[in-house]
Design a protein around this ligand. Structure first.
Ligand code: NAD
Length: 629
């Protein structure tokens, strides 16, 4: 066994049966096979030249060869696990999904892959998947071919294909809906959510959660048939009938339609159809899954989402540097942004102190963070740990021990500069000072500092817990090391850094504002707000421009629009006077309950204005955004 694999196994102190020191018996590049003295075969997935396992076509072809070997000389049992410390398998190799246009070719490849998976499922000896870390997509589908699934406590299981505009394609739709409660299986596939080991056990997706040190005993118990498996219940039997599935499918469709537009996103409907029509019969469902998957994969939506996947991967690359990680964060200003930034950092495992002269703002942040933990289904212990890491600071003491100080006070240059002057002498020698400013040029802010090289923009978006991008803003005097460390920090808190210069509006506001302004001009021409939003949603936006502006706050939009008008060589259209009046009356959108919409329980009330929009307006609305980009 090669050096790095051995190291990764030992790091986790993983059980690997007879494989250490033994020669790989198959000559394959992505798998290692060995047998122990009880004639149990141990098969390790170990994708060549990769830190994580993904399932490539080559790996599946090798698996077919290995299965021939096992079929010819049947072991007493087969243990399938990963040799990577990082996890079991993250799913199909998405690189191989790129640029596919030929349905027939996709189907042919899928048929081969299915044949291999079926052979694993049909192997005439007990098969046991041992799962740690990520076990996603095709990785989970392989595990579903085994008779038993034993998971270590850190396992995370899921079928996230829907996020790429697909559904499972290696027999998973049929295997999962026949293994666990079909409705739970469909929810898992329709949302793409992952389950931790405890919840996966509860759902019946795995048979036992075990510690590594008990693994050999658990394997022996499974081989002896002593591990209790989930039984097929009454609900499952009922849903094996077509009329019951019709009924459930109708509900799934209406729930899905509340969240997405089917014309832009066909995968959920395809998955529901597949289950509704063929859910009673495993083999037929697997066959139909191939056709449906091939149709989706060559389609525009999946190909675009695959492209987006790689764009995200590029952004993630920027977080991977040798820069020193941030251990402690201090946030100044516990308002809409600062409070959320501090809470989010604590949820991502960092120690954070948070200063605000208003004690109530600090208390609100703690409450909001606890609520968010609950929403995200954190256990009580995990929530407690988050709140322990989030330290309300009434005297700004935290500045002195932080590796990163993030300033998020109101958008006033004098205030920000005054704070910098006060805190700069207190900062640790290598600490970074960041601002969350949306509009003030960084060089102007930096002029208040003795050491501008440590200063960077970290522009978060609202709401922080939902918006994945963070603009990392450069300026002339910044040190490269600081920039790299800032990007690494963004990765540490599970966000994506976009590197931008300190140009007006940076990237996102610069691109978005001409589109929002066009919406205001349409309102000025008496086009109803709901019609404008409908137009944008029909085009494929997740929400229309009026609703978006009201989510952000009409006052904040006006500030950004005015800033851009002042700072751009070719300023856009002027905001109409009545829009300013609306703002001075306090009609700011969601936060005041009234804007162009009335807001109730966080939702705009759109009923009553259902005039069909003039589709010729779509170009008018969208082209300013395209042109700016
Ligand atoms: P906010 O008004 O909600 O909060 C500002 C907080 O700063 C308040 O809690 C206030 O008590 C506190 N504060 C005032 N003076 C202070 C001082 N001397 N020391 C410490 N705290 C002080 O403002 P916000 O919307 O959170 O905006 C903060 C920054 O984030 C601004 O620069 C803004 O441009 C930027 N931003 C805002 C948004 C947004 O959607 N709100 C989005 C991105 C960036």
């Amino acid at each position: 066994m090669s050096g790095p694999i051995l190291t990764s196994l030992l790091e986790r102190k993983m059980e690997y049966g007879p494989l250490m020191g033994a020669k790989n018996q198959t000559g394959t590049s992505h798998w290692r096979l060995g047998r122990d003295q009880q004639n149990i075969a141990w098969l390790l997935l170990d994708r060549q030249d990769a830190k994580v396992n993904s399932l490539s076509e080559a790996a599946l072809q090798e698996l077919a060869e290995i299965l021939s070997h096992l079929e010819a000389d049947l072991p007493a049992g087969l243990v399938l696990r990963s040799a990577k410390a990082s996890g079991f398998c993250v799913g199909a190799d998405i690189e191989e999904f790129r640029g596919l246009t030929e349905k027939a070719q996709v189907r042919e490849r899928l048929e081969q892959a299915h044949a291999t998976a079926n052979r694993l499922a049909d192997l005439n000896c007990p098969t046991i998947a041992v799962i740690h870390g990520s076990c996603l997509g095709g990785g989970l589908e392989l595990a579903l071919c085994c008779d038993y699934r034993l998971a270590l406590p850190d396992a995370k299981l899921g079928l996230p294909e829907i996020l790429l505009g697909l559904h499972p394609g290696l027999g998973g739709t049929a295997r999962l809906t026949h293994l666990i409660d079909p409705l739970e299986a469909m929810t898992l596939m329709l949302t793409g959510k992952t389950l931790d080991a405890r919840r996966a056990k509860k759902a019946g997706l795995i048979d036992a959660v075990i510690e590594e040190r008990h693994l050999l005993r658990a394997i022996a118990a499974a081989l002896a048939g002593k591990i209790k498996q989930q039984e097929y219940g009454l609900k499952e039997r009922l849903l094996a009938t077509t009329p019951a599935r019709h009924l459930e499918a109708r509900q799934m469709r209406s729930k899905t339609a509340e969240k997405i537009r089917l014309e832009h996103y066909p995968a959920p409907e395809a998955l529901i159809n597949l289950w509704e029509e063929y859910g009673g019969e495993t083999e037929e469902m697997r066959q139909q899954e191939i056709k449906s998957f091939a149709d989706l994969l060559v389609g525009e939506t999946a190909q675009n989402l695959v492209r987006v996947f790689f764009l995200r991967e590029n952004l993630k690359q920027a977080t991977k540097s040798k820069a020193e990680k941030i251990g402690q964060v201090h946030v100044i200003g516990a308002g809409a942004m600062g409070g959320d930034i501090a809470g989010w950092c604590a949820m991502q495992g960092l120690r954070v102190s948070l200063y605000d002269p208003q004690g109530a703002a600090l208390a609100k942040t703690v409450r909001k963070t606890a609520d968010l933990c609950e929403k995200k289904h954190f256990s009580a212990a995990k929530t407690r740990a988050v709140l322990d890491r989030l330290i309300p600071d009434t005297s700004n003491q935290g500045v002195q021990c932080a590796d990163l100080v993030i300033e998020a006070v109101p958008e006033k240059i004098e205030l920000k500069q005054r704070i910098y002057r006060e805190i700069e002498p207190l900062l640790k020698p290598d600490a970074i000072l960041a601002t969350n400013t949306s509009s003030i040029p960084l060089q102007e802010l930096a002029s208040a500092l003795d050491q501008p090289s440590r200063f960077v923009g970290l522009h978060f978006f609202n709401p922080v817990a939902k918006m994945q991008l963070v603009e990392v803003v450069e300026h002339q005097g910044i040190e490269t090391k600081v920039l790299q460390r800032a990007r690494t920090f963004v990765g540490q808190i599970n966000r994506l850094p976009v590197s931008v210069s300190s140009a007006p509006g940076f990237l996102v506001n610069r691109a978005l504002m001409p589109y929002l302004l066009e919406a205001i001009l349409l309102l000025d021409e008496a086009v109803p707000a709901a019609s404008i939003d409908q137009l944008a949603e029909q085009f494929g936006m997740p929400m229309g421009p009026v609703e978006l502006a009201e989510q952000v706050g009409l006052d904040i939009c006006l500030d950004v629009a005015e800033m851009l008008r002042k700072r751009l060589d070719q300023p856009g259209p002027e905001v109409p006077g009545w829009f300013r009046e609306k703002i001075s009356k306090g009609e700011l959108g969601r936060k005041t309950g009234q804007g162009f919409y009335r807001w109730k329980e966080g939702k705009p009330q759109k009923e009553g204005v259902e005039e069909a929009p003039d589709e010729a307006l779509t170009d008018r609305l969208l082209l300013p955004l395209v042109n700016t980009c």
